[in-house]
Ligand binder design. Structure first.
Ligand SMILES: [Fe+2]
Length: 181
């Protein structure tokens, strides 16, 4: 099983991350600072790293009322497919290897960006993208605020009609049948 709930040690993360008020939705700048701090603190997540042969490995390492943090391990066969994050903003820090982000454009080729270890990026709730491992053995840390609850996955018919499917945050994102790349 590739999805796992936060464990007891996850509570320790709040001791080293941004001071948070009782109810505080992190903006993109705060989310970037959050994932960059986690990237510099491997002792908090390195024991959760694994590369499954059967699919993308993703582990929830913290989830509270403000933020949702995931550790993702990528090989080049791993691909989320097109998706959005509903009402959440997000940030991604790459800590090993290279992770590829692709954003779609209407009637034009998608824009592809490779993020190597030591780099990070953020996005708002209006963002649609797909992510994949650009090299085997890549690792990234993702934070979302407000915490993910629903997400949108996109499929394309043979005629090119795009449709959105609402999925749970705990579902594994993957290319849907008939997806055009
Ligand atoms: Fe995403």
């Amino acid at each position: 099983m590739r999805f796992s709930e936060p464990d007891r040690g996850a509570a320790d993360l709040t001791l080293t991350t941004l001071a948070q008020t009782e109810d505080h939705i992190l903006d993109r700048r705060e989310l970037l600072a959050y994932v960059n701090e986690l990237a510099r603190t491997p002792e908090l997540w390195q024991d959760r790293v694994a590369f499954d042969t059967g699919g993308r490995h993703f582990v929830s390492i913290l989830r509270d009322h403000n933020v949702d943090v995931w550790l993702l391990c990528w090989n080049t066969v791993d691909d989320t497919g097109w998706h959005d994050h509903d009402i959440s903003s997000g940030a991604v820090a790459v800590v090993q290897g290279v992770v590829r982000e692709t954003t779609p454009r209407m009637a034009a080729d998608p824009i592809t960006s490779d993020f190597a270890a030591g780099t990070a990026f953020s996005f708002g709730p209006d963002h649609i993208h797909r992510m994949a491992g650009a090299v085997d053995g890549s690792i990234s840390i993702h934070a979302y605020s407000p915490p993910l609850w629903r997400m949108g996955q996109y499929s394309f018919s043979r005629e090119g009609v795009m449709r959105r499917v609402s999925v749970s945050y705990a579902d594994e994102l993957r290319p849907l049948d008939g997806v055009a790349s």
